[in-house]
Design a protein around this ligand. Structure first.
Ligand code: 13P
Length: 245
């Protein structure tokens, strides 16, 4: 239970069609009547195809929209299949996720991520910057070294930290049903906050209605980034309610 200002980010990944937007009615209704809605920031990050229709759906609400990635180039260019931050902003996004492990896995380097963050900020988007270690790195006690590197390189020459939120998402926890131990997660979030001073730090990885009470005991977490459970409005609502009740 908390009275803290918390972020709840729904990362829909490559799921959802125009039909899925109907499921948002339930969420909109809940959030309009939710007493703690001034304490919480809701950001839906749908696939690019749904950014604009979702913006329309959320028009009369405080709910914000984020994209899931962007190209590093700030201007238009010959980059087949790519979309830059300016284009995302023009269809209604106010945030963009950058450096998600599912994109790092496809070859995104820290340098590229740094360029994308700079480009997004210049285009007027806020950034959800993802970091996190693999199971192997965790087992060989390399987590801190890795996070340190991701933060240093990812945020290189960036001063504007009020427009960036960090999401700590251990790769081994994403989609696995596993979450870090309480003490371990508290210490890692603390470590990130010491390294990246004055940043909000969220946790992501298998957050669901069953483990949210446990996660809420960790008082240095500023919110959650939710994959699977965010596609089910009932589960997403449950997570938010349990955080405040
Ligand atoms: P899950 O909640 O499905 O584990 O996904 C976490 C995630 O990757 C959010 O960005």
């Amino acid at each position: 239970m908390t009275n803290k200002y918390m972020y709840f980010i729904a990362n829909w990944k490559m799921f959802g069609s125009l039909n899925s937007l109907k499921s948002l009615d339930k969420f909109i209704k809940f959030f309009k009547n939710f007493k703690k809605n001034t304490y919480s920031k809701i950001i839906y990050c749908p696939p690019t195809t749904l950014i604009n229709p979702m913006t329309k759906k959320f028009k009369k609400t405080q709910i914000q929209i984020g994209a899931q990635n962007c190209h590093e180039n700030q201007n238009y260019g010959a980059f087949t299949g790519s979309i830059n931050a300016k284009m995302l902003k023009s269809v209604g996004a106010t945030y963009v996720i950058i450096g998600h492990s599912e994109n790092r896995k496809e070859g995104e380097t820290d340098k590229l991520i740094n360029n994308k963050i700079k480009s997004a900020l210049k285009s007027g988007l806020k950034v959800i910057f993802c970091i996190g270690e693999t199971l192997k790195e965790k087992k060989t006690k390399k987590t801190k070294k890795l996070l340190s590197k991701q933060i240093t390189l990812g945020l290189n020459k960036i001063k504007n930290n009020k427009n960036i939120i960090i999401a700590y998402e251990p790769i081994w926890s994403i989609g696995s049903g596993l979450i870090p131990k309480k003490k371990e997660l508290f210490e890692t979030i603390n470590f990130i906050k010491k390294k990246a001073k004055n940043y909000k730090v969220l946790y992501g990885g298998s957050v669901n209605p069953k483990n949210i009470n446990l996660l809420n005991l960790i008082n240095n977490i500023d919110g959650y980034m939710i994959g699977g459970a965010s596609q089910d409005p009932k589960k997403f609502i449950d997570i938010i309610k349990k955080t405040y009740n």
